[in-house]
Design a protein around this ligand. Structure first.
Ligand SMILES: C[S@@+](CC[C@H](N)C(=O)[O-])C[C@H]1O[C@@H](n2cnc3c(N)ncnc32)[C@H](O)[C@@H]1O
Length: 199
């Protein structure tokens, strides 16, 4: 029965929950994002013309699968995941040729891009829990995201608490904010753009 449930749900909730028990602060949620939240994040990311997209914290891949569905056929998605158990799940169950699963930290987005032959990202999407990490680490990640984006590039982050809003405002300026109630717990989705004149 459990096995049938596991294979029916493509976001692998059992693997995800196990990951949460191992590293609660880093995973930050007991279940993966809902389909409604995934759709809202995909809409905010505006992927139709994107060529290089980075996902921070793909977890067990539910959000990654939603991003791949919306991604152009010739685009690349680099999914940066810090948890080696989640990396194994992603590599085993997500054979899409557009997807590169990169084990590492969101602190080094440019290092991940360079390792795979890219200079900058058109879009960065983040599900990592900024409110449970040290403030300095969160600030460093947001600055790194900004530096990794092309001018006009988008940063989309979904969170329960508004820590990322505070950090993002310092670097990017004002965010566009939407709330998705059909998720446990309800989430805010923030979207910023790197200004075109920034160097
Ligand atoms: C709330 S889960 C989101 C999972 C999935 N994206 C979803 O929406 O269901 C947060 C994820 O961020 C990862 N994570 C936390 N800190 C990270 C970091 N510094 N770099 C990369 N991934 C990180 C965790 O291991 C976990 O997979």
């Amino acid at each position: 029965m459990l096995q049938r449930l596991k294979s029916a749900r493509q976001d692998r909730p059992v693997d995800f929950f196990r990951g949460f028990l191992d590293r609660p602060m880093q995973v930050g949620s007991v279940i993966p994002s809902s389909r409604f939240l995934e759709r809202r994040v995909v809409g905010a990311a505006d992927l139709a013309d994107a060529r290089v997209v980075v996902e921070l914290g793909p977890g067990t891949g539910g959000s990654t699968r939603a991003l791949l569905k919306a991604l152009p056929a010739d685009a690349t998605l680099i999914a940066i995941e810090i948890n080696p158990d989640f990396v194994k799940v992603l590599k085993r169950h997500m054979p899409d040729p557009r997807l590169i699963v990169h084990e590492g930290s969101a602190e080094d987005v440019r290092g991940a891009l360079a390792k795979h032959g890219f200079e900058a990202a058109d879009v960065v999407i983040s599900g990592i829990p900024f409110s449970t990490m040290p403030e300095a680490l969160g600030a460093a990640i947001v600055s790194e995201v900004h530096a990794s984006l092309v001018p006009g590039g988008r940063f989309v982050a979904y969170q329960v608490r508004d820590k990322v809003h505070e950090l993002g405002r310092r670097v990017f300026g004002r965010a566009r904010v939407k709330t998705e109630l059909r998720n446990v717990p309800p989430m805010r989705v923030y979207r910023w753009e790197r200004t075109r004149e920034a160097s």
